[in-house]
Design a protein around this ligand. Structure first.
Ligand code: NAD
Length: 296
């Protein structure tokens, strides 16, 4: 293998330690404890795992963690009432509604009911617009984590050719905005892209966010490129359940200059960035200078 492995687990631990230091300072100097509320509707097993680990890590960095678990048949009105309460609660600085929501709820309506200043997922339409126009916003956690890893690994990104595979509102589009903000030349590919292989041949940076196991083989990647694999796919191999990314790690790691593994790459950074966003929201709410390095 020639590629350097970008260790998201190790980097995420550093980010969490940085957050914890600032949280301790906020408590000591300002008497403020940042608070994160996570709302889970229904019993989706994957969502339950995420919510549990978010809660645990929130407490580990010294923040207040509040969880609201609602039945799958909760009415949209009851959920909106809860969000309103959390919007008004001065001890809560970040609100995250775990997606997906049950089918009878309108996700856009629910997300846009969150106070944009507390929208630590960065999905509120106001934050989407602020990010798109290069203004200070709450930034979606997964692309923020990817940007941090790219900057750490490559230094300044200006002038790099970046190809993002996937155009979702959660990953692909905000990732494109962040890389444009860092002066990359950005191409977004998607399910209707004609010749993905030839687009990728020119990419110094590849961010794969598709949700198709190992769809990008090594020979599609430009030698020396930096590859960020966002995909999380559960497959069965050799009689065992395994997690794999959207990139074929075995062949891509022979060609790329650096690559994130799955698991242990983007995943841990996403939760670290959620904590970073909660700290940022708390600082902004209290007119306290935000820590450097945790926002774009
Ligand atoms: P999504 O389903 O919303 O979007 C997938 C995108 O892939 C779409 O824009 C689609 O056009 C594109 N696509 C589909 N088939 C394609 C093809 N053959 N060629 C090129 N593009 C194609 O997914 P998402 O929410 O953006 O998530 C993508 C992946 O990232 C999933 O595996 C998800 O589990 C993972 N994810 C991981 C994290 C993390 O923390 N590591 C966070 C969010 C999402």
């Amino acid at each position: 293998m020639s590629a350097q492995i970008i260790d998201g687990k190790e980097f995420a631990a550093k980010v969490r330690a940085q957050v914890a230091t600032h949280v301790a300072r906020l408590k000591e100097e300002n008497g403020i404890t940042p608070g994160l509320a996570v709302v889970l509707v229904g019993e989706d097993p994957a969502s339950q795992v995420y919510v549990r680990s978010k809660g645990k890590m929130t407490v580990e960095v010294g923040m207040k963690s509040v969880e609201h678990r609602l039945e799958a048949d909760t009415s949209e009105e009851d959920l909106l009432n809860l969000i309103n309460k959390l919007n008004e609660d001065a001890t809560i600085h970040g609100i995250l509604v775990q997606l997906p929501l049950p089918g009878h709820m309108n996700e856009d309506l629910v997300i846009n009911a969150i106070d944009p200043a507390k929208d630590v997922d960065g999905f509120h339409i106001l934050n989407v617009g602020l990010l798109g126009t290069g203004q200070k916003s709450m930034v979606p956690c997964t692309p923020l984590g990817c940007l941090m890893m790219l900057r750490e690994h490559l230094g300044p990104l200006a002038g790099k050719d970046a190809v993002i595979i996937g155009r979702s509102n959660i990953v692909g589009k905000p990732m494109a905005q962040l890389l444009l903000g860092d002066s990359c030349t950005v191409t977004i590919c998607h399910s209707k892209t004609n010749d993905l292989k030839s687009v990728l041949q020119g990419a110094d940076i590849v961010v794969a966010a598709v949700g198709r196991p190992e769809m990008v083989p090594g020979d599609w990647i430009k030698p020396g490129a930096t590859v960020i694999d966002v995909g999380i796919n559960r497959i069965e191999r050799g009689g065992k359940n395994r997690l794999v990314g959207d990139v074929d790690f075995a062949s891509a790691s022979q060609v790329a200059g650096a690559i994130t593994p799955v698991p242990g790459g983007v995943g841990p950074m996403t939760i670290a960035c959620l904590l970073a966003n909660t700290l940022t929201a708390c600082c902004r709410a209290n007119d306290i200078q935000e820590p450097a390095g945790l926002t774009p």
